[in-house]
Design a binder for this molecule. Structure first.
Ligand code: F6P
Length: 369
């Protein structure tokens, strides 16, 4: 089966995340290294479903020269969409109403006509669900876990998460000084959909006074009492990090909008919490919504290297005959080692270093070749 692969496609779907271009970079270098052709599908699967809308019939041939300088850039050079489910494509009827239709057969046909032997789908839960369904329709698919939300099982981390957390932490750091100057409560709403990973990690790193996450419904009275105790103890201001999916005990998430063919958009909980805390603590309170700032901008060093490794890993999986799998990161948990062993390994030995793998994929020399 492996030897049949000569030409593959890569698609980026759903909300963008820092590190997407690094994945493309890694996949292209690895595929070209095997002598395969690799093409990018524009805007999720739109390029194949509606090729007339695009130059190059909706796909772009990815050569090393095209991706050499992209891994540090945010966004995706291929474009993406979170309205692009081929199984539930939204079309507008002549009367203006919108309906969902299943275009997956057309997509599979287009994929085959383009001569692709396999697909690398870079996406979160929605895109990977589609990828799995496409595999069931006969395509050979490998997934790469993307999302700032970090809400995928079986991988220690998705790429994009670290960049989002780093930026959120920097924002929280900045809010400390203005909050202290005005002796205010600052509420910071962060993305994350139905999970609290970004809020938890940024809130811990940013020394928040309270962190509200979907996994632990909150009592606003208890949060206010906690802040008031800290105010009485001599800390005159507070930082409260709220995940967009946080909800009160017995309550529900705040939904901003619902549209045909799209998952619901969350948001607004930060303003509500801020208003309630102002009332209950008597402190002037402001809300900052970080929103899409968490998705934009350059990936952190970790996400660049993780992205490149994931991209190359997907190609490696295909080359080994794997399909319907997702590349996942599985580092060991905390363990305890003798100090003597730790200090013996103080020097970086290139042959052992993780970076060597990334360097090889990217054709970076250490001066010994
Ligand atoms: O899944 C990533 C994410 O950024 C969520 O954290 C957020 O709820 C959602 O996407 C926002 O999506 P949109 O691009 O539709 O605003």
């Amino acid at each position: 089966m492996t030897e049949k692969i000569k030409r593959i496609a890569i698609a980026t779907g759903g909300g963008d995340a820092p590190g997407l271009n690094a994945v493309i970079h890694g996949a292209v270098y690895a595929a070209r290294g095997l002598g395969w052709e690799i093409f990018g599908i524009r805007d999720g699967y739109e390029g194949l479903l509606d090729p007339d809308r695009y130059a190059g019939a909706g796909v772009v041939e990815l050569r090393r020269s095209l991706v050499r300088e992209i891994s540090h850039l945010g966004g995706t050079i291929l474009g993406t969409t979170n309205r692009g489910n081929p199984f539930r494509r939204v079309v507008t009827r002549p009367d203006g109403t919108k309906v969902e239709i299943d275009c997956s057969d057309a997509l599979v046909n287009q994929f085959r006509q383009a001569g692709f032997d396999a697909l690398i789908s870079v996406g979160g839960d929605g895109s990977l669900t589609i990828a799995h369904q496409l595999q069931q329709k006969g395509l050979r698919v490998v997934g790469v876990p993307k999302t700032i939300d970090n809400d995928l099982e079986s991988t220690a981390m998705t790429f994009g998460f670290n960049s989002a957390v780093s930026f959120a932490t920097e924002c929280i750091d900045r809010l400390h000084t203005t909050a202290l100057s005005h002796q205010r409560v600052m509420v910071v709403e962060v993305m994350g959909r139905y999970v609290g990973w970004i809020a938890l990690h940024a809130g811990l790193a940013g020394r928040a006074d309270a962190i509200l996450i979907p996994e632990i419904p909150y009592s606003i009275e208890k949060v206010a009492a906690h802040l008031k105790r800290k105010h009485a103890d001599g800390k005159p201001y507070s930082i409260v990090v709220v995940a967009e999916g946080a909800k009160p005990v017995g309550g529900d998430v705040m939904v901003k909008s619902r549209e045909v063919g799209r998952v619901e958009r969350l948001g607004g909980i930060g303003e509500l919490v801020a208003a309630q805390l102002q009332e209950l603590t008597g402190k002037e309170t402001r809300c900052v919504v970080l929103g899409h700032l968490l998705r934009g901008g350059s990936p952190t060093a970790l996400d660049r290297n993780l992205g490149v490794t994931f991209g190359a890993g997907a190609v490696y999986a295909l080359s080994r005959g794997l399909e319907d799998v997702m590349v996942a990161l599985k580092p060991p948990k905390l363990v305890f080692v003798p100090i003597s062993e730790a200090i013996a390994k103080l020097k970086l030995v290139p042959a052992d270093a993780e970076g060597v793998l990334v360097a090889r994929i990217l054709d970076i020399s250490f001066g010994d070749q």
